[in-house]
Structures are given as structure tokens and as C-alpha cells.
Design a protein around this ligand. Structure first.
Ligand code: MLT
Length: 203
């Protein structure tokens, strides 16, 4: 099946599922502890990106740092969205309670899923995300709650990119919370505890 991914699935004891999307060079095991820290009760679905860059898994091709292959990104976004839909059926999870959680490259594809396939995630947590693409038509993602965690001194993502992403998602109708941390591109314990509190406040 084309939309298949190597993945881990950990069944939880609530109706919520977190789709965990790792950064460049990560794999399906990377974010399992982070998923657990964000929500101790949720099911966790964690695919491994299928694009290899010098042997490092990613979720879509890039031409250089921060310059994306948009055709590949669109294709991979569809593939990932189809995988999540199929996995929801396979594992019998609630397709209306799926939260996308991504770090770096994983956050970028999660943002792309929000913009191109807005029916997939009811909420998303984006750690160190950029604008993945500008959609040709204005998406409608009015039911989604989105939390963005940005590093004030991130050497990879200029602050203006983060602001632009928040704006793009807001314009599409998402309820966006943007938090800045005294950090670079790396994930900090403050990111996790703040995102956890936010997630727990959602119903
Ligand atoms: C990307 O390629 O998605 C971003 O540059 C983040 C990264 O993976 O380094």
C-alpha cells in the first residue's frame, strides 16, 4: 500500500491519538517519550519519514536548508494524511480526536497537513516550525487548535517565519497559540510542560 509507513503504535486509554512526527535524522521511536509527556493517556501513532537525506529520514525533500521541494512536499503531505486516515481505521481510533505533534521537519509537514488536508488534525503542536508552503487556495481549518513553540534564538528559523506561519494558520481560521522560549532550535523542558498544559486544557 502506497500510504504505508514504518511506524509504532502505542494504544492509550483515552479517545485522543497523537501523531508524532520526528525531525530530520530521527525515526519512529524518537518522539514516543515526548508523546507520553504531552499526554499520558493518548494513543501514539509514530511514522518514520520515507525520504532519505544522506541516510537521514525526513518527511519530504528539501533542496537546501529551509528551501523545500514543493511538489514532493505536496505528494508526501497527501501520503501522510492518507496513512493517518487508514491507521485510524486499522487501529479503531477516533478520527476526530487526532493531534499532530511535530518537531522541526516533522512540525513542517504537520503544518502542511493542516493547510492542505485540514480534516485530518483537530489540533496540532508544532515545535520549531516554518512556513512549509503557501496554499493556492485559502484553506478552512476553523475547528483546529494549534500551539506553536518557537526558540527566540533559533539559528534555523527566523522569527518572521514563525510569525508568518501563525498568521497563515489564523487567516485559515485556526485558533493559534504562539509561545516563545529562551532557546535555539532544540526542544526544551519548558516547551514540553507548556505544550502539555495547553493540550490538557483542550477538550
Ligand atoms: C526542514 O527541512 O524541514 C527544516 O529545515 C527543518 C529541518 O529539518 O532541519
Amino acid at each position: 500500500m502506497k500510504a504505508e509507513f514504518v511506524h509504532e503504535f502505542v494504544r492509550g486509554n483515552s479517545e485522543r491519538t497523537l501523531v508524532l512526527l520526528h525531525g530530520t535524522g530521527g525515526d519512529e521511536r524518537d518522539l514516543i517519550p515526548i508523546g507520553r509527556a504531552l499526554d499520558p493517556n493518548a494513543s501514539l501513532l509514530s511514522p518514520r519519514g520515507k525520504v532519505l537525506e544522506n541516510g537521514m529520514p525526513r518527511f519530504f525533500r528539501r533542496l537546501s536548508e529551509g528551501v523545500f521541494d514543493i511538489d514532493d512536499l505536496k505528494l508526501r503531505t497527501t501520503e501522510l494524511a492518507d496513512f493517518v486516515t487508514a491507521a485510524a481505521e486499522r487501529y479503531g481510533i477516533d478520527g476526530k480526536r487526532i493531534v499532530g505533534v511535530g518537531y522541526s521537519n516533522g512540525a513542517n509537514i504537520a503544518a502542511s497537513v493542516l493547510l492542505l488536508r485540514p480534516e485530518i488534525f483537530s489540533a496540532a503542536i508544532l515545535f520549531r516550525a516554518m512556513v512549509p508552503l503557501i496554499p493556492e487556495t485559502q484553506p478552512k481549518i476553523s475547528s483546529a487548535h494549534v500551539w506553536i513553540g518557537a526558540g527566540k534564538s533559533d539559528p534555523i528559523i527566523p522569527a518572521a517565519q514563525t510569525e508568518q506561519l501563525a498568521e497563515l494558520l489564523r487567516k485559515a481560521g485556526a485558533d493559534v497559540t504562539l509561545r516563545w522560549f529562551s532557546a535555539g532550535h532544540e526542544l526544551t523542558p519548558q516547551d514540553l510542560s507548556t505544550a502539555h498544559e495547553w493540550l490538557m486544557s483542550l477538550r
